[in-house]
Design a protein around this ligand. Structure first.
Ligand SMILES: Nc1ncnc2c1ncn2[C@@H]1O[C@H](COP(=O)(O)OP(=O)(O)OP(=O)(O)O)[C@@H](O)[C@H]1O
Ligand SMILES: [Mg+2]
Length: 443
């Protein structure tokens, strides 16, 4: 009999994938080798939504018995992280849960743990607060984690302040040294940024013992594998031409791929594995795109506003740059091409202003509407729907000559996207995907 799966656990736009997890060929070997090498610390980085958490969770699941998990937000300190990790060990040291290896934690370490635990609670007036007691040295923490056969995974480490990034490097050094006794003890720091050094600020002398692993956006093949896995689990069929369209709309982002597939299923009342094989039609994809736009409309709008906001002081804005990139009508463009295009309109556009604004547009402050390809140094829109939103907005502003106050609706956006029917069956021709149905020189 066919096994039954829930649609919401197969397609997971807002969660790390498990059932549809696809291995990331490009980084798999380096990642697995680094996890297996005693003492090696890991820094995992890549664009937001590229699949870092999914990848590391699945690999740690395969290779590690225990994981201590920490999550950072702006303002998180190393002391907070140390305390959190320390508390997460309670279950091995206090509650007598034996770790999955079945190995026992030494009695002497247990008593040290209990002492430190008591010392970490200090009374201030009526209340108790927590502090990192002197005894909870970096070395002690590494030993506690090592003794429980665990590693320490720290998510979103790019959000913490500079001094903490330097401190984590020192702690990593201690974890490296501790691995002589505890082979598994290890820190894995993850961040949604373009370089490893933006996550942990370590010295060159440590670089041999730290692996920086870049998780790229998902390739068309990997996205296709997500859909194919989902098809098998749910007994549904996405014809090849629909797969290609979903892949193109996803533009390397697994979340869009999962979201479109999920809505196609739920719109057809497929909430679990179908009894008889269900084949999707073009109209199903159209409907799911409409759903996506309705659901994300406010996000697209606010990202547009953040990306194009100008200060009164500056002579130029980011809008001209975005328009120029759209006019260039290519999947990726170099800064030289953008500058040439800009100077067709504004002859003296300064190249350093362009550099500054391109850096802004790829930053979180401007919602990362653009991304830069680390190899080719070329720029591209992170989300095709965001690009379509901008195109529509700019073209309406141009038509009505009313800048700023022009409103566009989710329906209009859908019409624009739906009008671009010319998806090629062969994905190699994906550059054709966002062919325009109006004259780009209008912008
Ligand atoms: N290898 C994979 N196989 C299947 N789906 C994946 C894979 N990687 C990522 N996804 C899907 O892509 C989306 C984003 O993945 P994930 O949350 O892991 O990215 P991230 O890089 O950790 O994002 P952020 O920077 O926002 O933390 C999720 O919907 C996830 O289910
Ligand atoms: Mg993540």
């Amino acid at each position: 009999m066919r096994k039954n799966y829930e649609t919401y656990s197969v397609f997971t736009p807002s969660q790390p994938a498990e059932l549809t997890f696809v291995d990331r060929e490009q980084v798999n070997k380096q990642l697995v080798d680094s996890i297996r090498t005693p003492g090696r610390q890991l820094v995992i980085f890549g664009f937001s939504g590229s699949g870092k958490t999914t990848l590391i969770n699945n690999k740690l699941n395969q290779l590690y018995s225990e994981v201590i998990e920490s999550q950072c937000t702006k303002g998180t300190t190393i002391d907070q992280l140390k305390l959190e990790a320390f508390d997460a060990l309670d279950k091995y040291y206090i509650s007598e849960v034996s770790n999955t290896n079945g190995s026992e934690i030494s009695a002497s370490l247990k008593s040290v743990y209990a002492e430190i635990r008591a010392a970490s609670k200090v009374q201030k007036g009526e209340k108790y607060t927590r502090v990192v007691p002197l005894q909870l040295t970096d070395k002690r923490l590494a030993e506690f984690i090592g003794e429980s056969n665990a590693c320490w995974k720290i998510e979103d480490f790019h959000k913490v302040g500079k001094e903490h990034k330097q401190r984590l490097a020192q702690i990593m050094k201690v974890f490296m040294d501790t691995s002589q006794v505890y082979k598994t003890t290890k820190i894995i720091a993850i961040g949604a940024v373009g370089t490893g050094k933006e996550i942990v600020e370590y010295d060159n002398e440590m670089s041999e013992r730290i692996s920086e692993i870049f998780v790229p956006l998902m390739s068309p093949k990997e996205l296709e594998n997500i859909i194919t896995k989902g098809e098998k689990l749910l007994n549904v069929h996405f014809p090849k031409y629909l797969k290609n369209k979903i892949i193109a709309y996803s533009n390397g982002l697994g979340a869009i791929c999962h979201q479109l597939c999920l809505s196609m299923c739920t719109n057809n009342n497929i909430y679990e594995t179908a009894e008889s094989r269900h084949k999707f039609l073009e109209t199903d994809l159209d409907l799911s795109i409409e759903d996506y736009l309705n659901q994300k409309y406010a996000t697209l709008k606010s990202a547009y506003e953040k990306a194009t906001k100008t200060s009164k002081k500056s002579k130029y804005g980011t809008k001209e740059i975005l328009k120029a990139i759209i006019r260039l009508n290519k999947s990726e463009v170099s800064s030289e091409e953008i500058l040439d295009e800009l100077r067709n309109d504004i002859h003296d556009y300064p190249s350093n202003t362009l550099t500054t604004y391109l850096n802004h547009l790829t930053s979180i402050d401007r919602e990362e509407v653009l991304r830069v390809n680390a190899d080719s140094k070329e720029y591209f829109f992170s989300n095709p729907f965001q690009k379509a939103y901008m195109e529509l907005k700019f073209s309406k502003e141009k038509q009505t000559k009313a800048v700023g106050s022009v409103q566009i609706s989710a329906n209009e956006l859908f019409s624009l996207i739906a009008a671009r029917q010319q998806f090629e069956n062969d994905f190699d021709d994906s550059d054709e995907i966002f062919q325009h149905n109006y004259d780009l020189s209008d912008l």
